[in-house]
Design a protein around this ligand. Structure first.
Ligand SMILES: [Zn+2]
Length: 121
């Protein structure tokens, strides 16, 4: 059942509905992970998508998903921040931010990202 979506809110700081719980702007376009137990949440207002896992904004509105995947892939392979930034063309601060988001689980986060379907608009 998806009747507990009221617990969640859009995690995109630039979204008009950011932080509004139970606002009705979230849908579950797909499930992923082991036994499809994890839900991908999508904000119908800003089109951002997030893992339901609390406080994990997998998608940065400023970065294409492919870029985020590339950053996490490099990090997961142990590539340093500066080199990752150079290879992926993002700012080192952005790499650092995703490193912090991943919290040492860059590989897992990367796997989650690549499990997502391409943007369905
Ligand atoms: Zn939103």
């Amino acid at each position: 059942m998806d009747d507990d979506l009221g617990r969640f809110c859009c995690l995109n700081p630039g979204c008009p509905d950011h932080g509004k719980r139970g606002h009705g702007n979230l849908t579950v376009p797909m499930r992923y992970g082991p036994n499809h137990t994890r839900r991908l949440l999508r904000c119908s207002t800003c089109k951002a998508r997030f893992s339901e896992r609390k406080g994990t904004p997998l998608f940065d509105a400023r970065l294409p998903t492919d870029t985020v995947v590339a950053v996490l892939a490099h990090v997961a392979e142990g590539v340093g921040t500066r080199k990752t930034a150079r290879l992926t063309g993002v700012h080192p601060d952005t790499v650092t931010r995703y490193l912090r988001l991943a919290g040492g689980h860059a590989e897992q986060l990367h796997d989650e990202l690549v499990a997502f379907s391409p943007d369905d608009g």
